[in-house]
Design a binder for this molecule. Structure first.
Ligand code: C2E
Ligand code: MG
Ligand code: MG
Ligand code: MG
Length: 292
């Protein structure tokens, strides 16, 4: 078997490699080709501003349309993109596509205030990020304050000194900055006020049970007032029920995002949804036909 393929050779050196390992290896091979083959898509989830009932923003969420396995959610491949470094070119693709979509919304006269893009830990630490953001904004004629970058709390806390520098540079470009999955990353709260942030997104874990669990409710409530005291807009993630929405309204949460208002929408459904909402419709018909 001296003429074995790369994969068989790998098997020779790692005979203990199991089915899961094989699966990951073939996923990685597919992932390396996905960008060239145009298999990535962005879906967009609207955020409702509870203060004026307008759609303040949309979050771009990555999907992979795998030719054999169908649509794959980011949780199943973003970690692999990170490990292989492919997150850097894919992240640039996400940024560019989100800005192109935003321009299309503007041209239809229904653009929300902003579009949000997730930035992963590895991307955040690369020196290319700042240049990428600058270049995409320029090429897409995008005013920087319409773009929001989301970094998770755990990414931000990995190296707070470096995070402070990167965020300061991004802030100087004029983009908005949000902390994602707040409450899950063991933040040192002292750092929150040192970072030039605009928004705090409370993780869905603290929203789901807030109406029923007094301890969770206390955390959600404290997060909202902490955000407000630091001058940040507070977004609740994963709002699925009217009961959760009522809870958040009573506590003056600024924005909500979740299936209750809308699932993430494929690109072709976004502009009609925004137009219907602006015209006073609830948009719920679109929400129920879109996938997640
Ligand atoms: P995230 O940024 O916290 O995004 C919110 C996730 O919650 C999305 O999952 C969204 O579909 C889901 N969601 C929204 N509303 C609800 C709800 O009411 N109930 C429930 N149960 N879930 C809801 P998704 O799209 O699978 O993305 C998962 C994570 O993958 C994201 O979490 C983000 O960390 C990462 N991700 C997504 N797109 C990108 C991307 O373009 N780049 C990078 N680096 N990461 C991405
Ligand atoms: Mg996010
Ligand atoms: Mg700023
Ligand atoms: Mg989140």
């Amino acid at each position: 078997r001296s003429k074995a393929s790369g994969r068989n050779r790998y098997q020779f050196y790692a005979p203990e490699m199991n089915a899961r390992g094989q699966e990951l290896l073939s996923l990685e091979t597919d992932l390396r080709r996905a960008l060239d083959r145009g298999e990535f898509r962005l879906h967009y989830q609207p955020q409702l501003d509870l203060r004026d009932n307008r759609i303040a923003g949309v979050e771009a969420l990555l999907r992979w349309k795998h030719p054999r396995d169908g649509v794959i959610a980011p949780g199943d491949f973003v970690p692999l993109l990170e490990d292989t470094g492919l997150i850097v070119p894919v992240g640039e693709w996400v940024l560019r596509n989100a800005c192109t979509q935003y321009r299309a919304c503007r041209e239809s006269g229904v653009a929300p205030v902003r579009i949000s893009v997730n930035v992963s830990a590895r991307q955040f630490r690369e020196d290319t990020l700042l240049r990428q953001v600058e270049q995409v904004l320029r090429e897409e004629c995008m005013p920087p304050h319409h773009l929001e970058l989301e970094i998770t709390e755990s990414t931000a806390m990995q190296d707070v000194a470096a995070t402070g520098d990167i965020l300061a540079a991004l802030d100087a470009l004029g983009v908005r900055l949000a902390i994602d999955d707040f409450g899950t990353g063991y933040s040192s709260l002292a750092y929150l006020k040192r970072f030039p942030l605009d928004a705090l997104k409370i993780d869905q874990a603290f929203i789901r049970d807030a109406p029923r669990d007094a301890n969770i409710a206390a955390i959600a409530e404290a997060s909202i007032s902490l955000g407000h005291k630091l001058g940040l807009e507070v977004v609740a993630e994963g709002v699925e029920t009217a009961e959760q929405l009522a809870f958040l309204r009573r506590r003056a949460c600024d924005l909500i995002q979740g299936f209750h208002f809308s699932r993430p929408l494929p690109a072709d459904a976004l502009t009609p949804f925004l137009a219907r909402h602006a015209a006073g419709g609830s948009g719920e018909a679109a929400a129920s036909t879109a996938d997640s």
